[in-house]
Design a protein around this ligand. Structure first.
Ligand code: AMP
Length: 549
């Protein structure tokens, strides 16, 4: 496919904010793409050059757009950026330039060249997806390309959950349809999209849902999916970025203690004090997230991985095995040592026993517990009641925290005027529609040092108009691309006409009452990992019940 053709499609996508239209345009694009082109096209529409776990993205979307256009048109990058400033839209710039130029570059040529630049200049190593089209829309677009509807999304999603690479999924799908997708298997070295937990409101609630189940402590650290292939160990974070170089101690512990040649296991990494045999608080663990002084930090605060799941061992996929079998096998596989242990569990159907286990966990300074269905498979990429979390509650506040995405900010008044930022507009994720809907304006919880840092980060992703995937009634002074996730606590969830979370027709939406941020930006979460509208509705319902009880 000619690159100018792809640009045409991208310009059309840019002009619509209707999900169905986007899906149909993507469907047509994927249909027209050749087998060879479809993977690069998917990466480019998501503003990457490969799957999320390969760190070869360009910095930000804009840099990529300018670079790609410069290549495709032979025009100077500064000229392109200047045009962009005037027109305010890369789609329009691309149309003008590609229309005028006689350039015959293909998608593949542009992609290969971008890849070459990214891998030799080393610019894109810490990049994150910023703009781009969300995974759900791409998956539905793929389904459309064959059937004209979204009916094949479940099969496409299953394949994506297993290999985390939409480019690979698309290529196989193009070549061999859903039959080819069924052949995608768990592979060492390719992260599996992680299973997630639903929430419960009490121990009783857990017993009602699961009956006999396994109760584990909920450790608050970094989720790690560890892939071992002989002496080679790779570690992936919750959002599937590779973190191997940050956690050399975990890699070593896995090499030393896992008694298998190939394995994929999952656990939570926490800073551990060997002297006192206790975990450090979360704030200490978080310091290991730094990318500098690695050696000193590793020596000062060694991590321990508490493993809680096993996905693969010695060539065998374990994701289809029941929890109890995976846990037994995991316990067999892990030998003695300081850097790696297996999460203990209690198998019970007694709410009183669960409460006691929960209290013990809280006394140890942990966040709470997770209950696991004994006969459940490892459900890649899914949040359901196979895993249920029960978190410590904070009096007078919502039991759970909410992860929101910053979509804009308001200029400061009074004391904060000097920062030029006084509050952020925060959204949650409307998953079925792949959109971000606002839930509150939040100005509490950031320290005076953090405000300028926040402003600097947000200004880098500021945009002139409301981003296409954002729905809002309340308007900020500055819009930003949905990129940064913050964790918030609030007193409760209320109905509100000025927020769009859960808003249907003329009904009011839902909002956080007295929200305050905890910590700073959650670097381990992507915008799509934010709390969903569905979860907010669940939390709203639960709080209602609590009041009448
Ligand atoms: P949350 O981030 O609040 O949705 O809680 C789910 C997270 O708890 C998982 O993604 C894990 O990182 C973490 N976690 C801690 N302990 C466990 C455990 N025993 N089993 C599963 N997840 C755990």
């Amino acid at each position: 496919m000619r690159f100018s053709k792809l640009v045409d499609y991208l310009a059309r996508l840019d002009k619509t904010s209707k999900r169905l239209e986007m899906t149909a345009i993507l469907g047509a694009l994927f249909k027209e793409a050749s087998e060879e082109d479809v993977a690069p096209i998917i990466y480019l529409t998501q503003e990457r050059l490969g799957p999320a776990f390969e760190p070869i993205d360009f910095g930000i979307g804009e840099a990529l757009a300018a670079e790609a256009l410069a290549l495709a048109t032979g025009k100077d990058k500064t000229e392109i950026k200047k045009l962009y400033k005037e027109r305010g839209d890369y789609g329009i710039v691309a149309e003008e330039l590609c229309g005028a130029s006689s350039n015959r570059l293909t998608v593949k040529q542009v992609y290969d060249r971008l890849m070459q630049i990214a891998t030799t200049s080393g610019t894109g190593t810490v990049a994150q997806k910023t703009l781009g089209i969300g995974d759900p829309t791409v998956m539905e677009g793929l389904s459309w390309s064959k059937t004209g509807d979204k009916s094949l999304r479940p099969q496409i999603e299953r394949a994506y959950n297993v290999c985390s690479d939409l480019g690979q999924v698309a290529q196989l799908f193009k070549a061999g349809g859903v039959e080819a997708l069924a052949k995608i298997k768990v592979t060492v070295g390719k992260p599996v999209r992680m299973a997630l937990a639903e929430r419960a409101k009490s121990a009783e609630d857990i017993v009602t849902r699961l009956g006999m189940c396994a109760i584990e402590k909920k450790f608050d650290g970094f989720r790690c999916q560890v892939h071992k292939q002989s002496e080679q160990v790779r570690i992936f974070s919750r959002n599937l970025e590779e973190t191997t170089t940050m956690f050399p101690d975990i890699a070593k512990a896995v090499r030393d203690q896992v008694k298998a040649k190939t394995a994929i296991l999952e656990g939570e990494a926490l800073a551990y004090d060997v002297e006192t045999a206790e975990f450090h608080p979360f704030q200490v663990t978080m310091q290991r997230k730094r990318k500098y002084d690695l050696e000193a930090m590793t020596a000062k605060f060694p991590l321990r991985l508490v493993a809680f799941d096993l996905l693969y061992v010695e060539g065998k996929d374990f994701t289809g095995q029941p929890y109890s079998k995976r846990h037994d096998m995991l316990a067999e596989l892990v030998g003695q040592g300081d850097g790696l242990s297996v999460a203990d569990h209690l198998v019970t159907q007694d709410a009183k026993e669960i409460e006691k286990y929960f209290d013990d966990a809280v006394t140890l300074g942990l966040e709470g517990i997770l209950a696991k269905r004994l006969d459940s498979k490892y459900q890649a990429g899914a949040r359901n009641f196979n895993w249920i979390k029960l978190k410590r509650s904070y009096q007078g506040q919502l039991t759970d925290t909410v992860d929101g995405v910053v979509v804009g900010y308001l200029r400061g008044r009074g004391m904060r005027a000097r920062f030029g930022i006084g509050a952020v507009l925060v959204a949650v994720y409307d998953q079925p529609n792949d959109r971000f809907v606002t839930i509150g304006k939040i100005g509490t919880g950031f320290s005076d040092e953090k405000w300028p840092q926040l402003r600097e980060l947000l200004d880098k992703v500021a945009v002139e108009h409301k981003p296409a995937r954002v729905d809002a009634v309340m308007l900020p002074d500055v819009w930003v691309e949905p990129k940064y996730v913050i964790e918030m606590r609030a007193d409760e969830i209320t109905r509100s006409p000025i927020h769009t979370a859960g808003k249907v027709g003329d009904e009011p939406g839902y909002a956080l009452r007295f929200p305050r941020v905890i910590g700073f930006i959650r670097v381990d979460k992507k915008p799509e990992d934010a709390t969903t509208v569905k979860e907010i509705l669940g939390m709203f319902k639960k709080q209602g019940k609590k009041k009448t009880a």
